[in-house]
Design a protein around this ligand. Structure first.
Ligand SMILES: Cc1cc2nc3c(=O)[nH]c(=O)nc-3n(C[C@H](O)[C@H](O)[C@H](O)COP(=O)(O)OP(=O)(O)OC[C@H]3O[C@@H](n4cnc5c(N)ncnc54)[C@H](O)[C@@H]3O)c2cc1C
Length: 397
């Protein structure tokens, strides 16, 4: 058994970091665990759309880290990592604090990627964190009493773009002409066919225009320039929401760390090359040999779960186990009270899928929201198929 003299430090308490911390504490309650995050609250990102539409309130989806960790014997520190001195095993933080570690787990997630398109940072809204959510919500509310329709563009036809377009269309019914601009020839290109087809139907019902094979070249305060069939069109815009992609959030990483496609390269046990006591999981990492995993909460949580077991093995001086991803399917929100699910052999759409999605997510919240939990019993009585889906999902992630 290895003697632990310094804490196990987890930097970033999102889906990956939160899962490692909670599971590691369960496996070995005596371990000294320090979790550091630059924010005060966890944000359950898949439910941000429901906060925008006020189907859920902020407190239900964004619990305080201090409340989550304080009763579990895990120390939480709000601070921002700025540098790692791997040789000395020291972390430097933005307020000048230095902390030593026994094992380091990095999981600082991702930030919006502007892909160097001119005008994106100045003229677009984003939807990646709590600040983005608050900014977008207050902007959209300003249009509430408008008499004329405004032009709203969502750039990116992935899950975020489709989900946000559907939600805004349902909340602000006649206030916006909504268009999704997508570079490829289809929306949800990496998603399950059932969900894609359900999304296409929802977009048509809501009269959301989908502009395919089109690349955004520039955004000014009033125009969006789109390259389509080798011709540039300058269209009037009132709001542009940029959901075109993300990049790893790694301002503290230097050339000592091997990267691939801008992400930290790790082996299948999540160890960072040349730094065996340091690990990276979630959106910031890329696993040698399984490089095409999508950036999802589902994967970050599976990795967190696996890494907790591996750290415990390391402490017992046993061999670490390689990670194997299990695809448990996906869920997409398609407006107020609507969703689509394709998971574990079950496909479900409409209102029931919306409730199932909410419940499955509620079961994964670090401190399960009471109001979400309370709706569970009658829904399960109503639909045994939902119960099966819920149980399978809850157990497997
Ligand atoms: C709107 C939206 C909807 C989504 N919907 C889904 C979905 O339906 N299903 C799904 O599977 N995935 C979904 N995702 C993707 C999913 O949320 C991410 O893949 C997941 O959060 C990645 O987990 P992570 O632990 O790597 O990072 P995160 O969960 O982003 O956590 C990173 C944490 O690190 C902290 N941090 C960052 N930098 C520092 C620093 N320097 N020092 C200290 N702390 C730091 C941050 O404050 C944050 O708490 C969605 C994402 C968004 C934005």
């Amino acid at each position: 058994m290895k003697l632990i003299k310094k804490p196990i430090v987890i930097v970033g308490a999102g889906f990956g970091g939160m899962t490692v911390a909670l599971n590691l504490k369960k496996l070995n309650p005596s371990l000294p665990i320090l979790v550091v995050d630059s924010e005060a609250k966890f944000i359950f990102k898949p439910l941000m759309y429901e906060v925008l539409s006020e189907e859920l309130s902020m407190w239900e989806t964004a619990p305080e880290f201090s409340n989550i960790f304080s009763n579990l014997g895990i120390t939480f520190l709000r601070n921002c990592l700025t540098k790692i001195r791997f040789d000395e095993k020291i972390l430097e933080f933005c307020d000048g604090l230095n902390i030593g570690y026994e094992f380091l787990i990095l999981c600082t997630g991702s930030v919006s990627n502007n892909f160097s398109v001119n005008g994106v940072d100045e003229n677009c809204y984003f939807f990646n964190n709590l600040n983005d959510l608050k900014k977008l919500k207050s902007l959209l509310q300003r249009f509430q009493n408008n008499k004329t329709k405004k032009s709203l563009f969502v750039v990116g036809g992935g899950p975020s773009g489709v989900e946000i377009a559907c939600k805004i269309s349902d909340i602000y019914k006649d206030k916006f002409d909504i268009s999704i601009v997508e570079r490829s020839n289809e929306i949800l290109g990496r998603n399950k066919i059932f969900n894609r087809e359900e999304a296409e139907k929802a977009l048509e019902r809501k009269k959301i225009k989908v502009i395919l094979n089109s690349t955004v070249k520039e955004i000014s305060d009033q125009k969006i320039s789109i390259l389509d069939d080798s011709e540039i069109k300058d269209l009037d815009q009132d709001v542009v929401i940029w959901t075109a992609g993300v990049k790893p959030n790694l301002p503290y990483i230097d050339e000592q760390v091997t990267q691939k496609d801008g992400r930290i390269l790790v082996n299948e046990k999540f160890q960072i090359e040349n730094h065996g006591n340091s690990f990276a999981i979630g959106d910031i990492s890329i696993i040698k040999g399984i490089e095409d995993l999508p950036l999802t909460a589902q994967i970050a949580m599976q990795q967190g779960n696996h890494l907790a077991k591996n750290i415990e093995l390391l402490i017992q001086e046993k061999d670490l186990l390689p990670f194997d991803f299990e695809d448990n399917g996906e869920m997409i929100s398609l407006g107020i009270g609507e969703a689509s699910i394709s998971a574990l052999g079950v496909t479900l759409s409409g209102k029931l899928a919306f409730e199932a999605r909410r419940l499955i997510y509620a079961s994964k919240m670090p401190d399960i929201s009471k109001s979400l939990k309370s709706t569970a019993s009658w829904l399960f009585q109503k639909n045994p198929r939902l119960m099966t889906l819920f149980i399978k999902n809850r157990k497997q992630i």
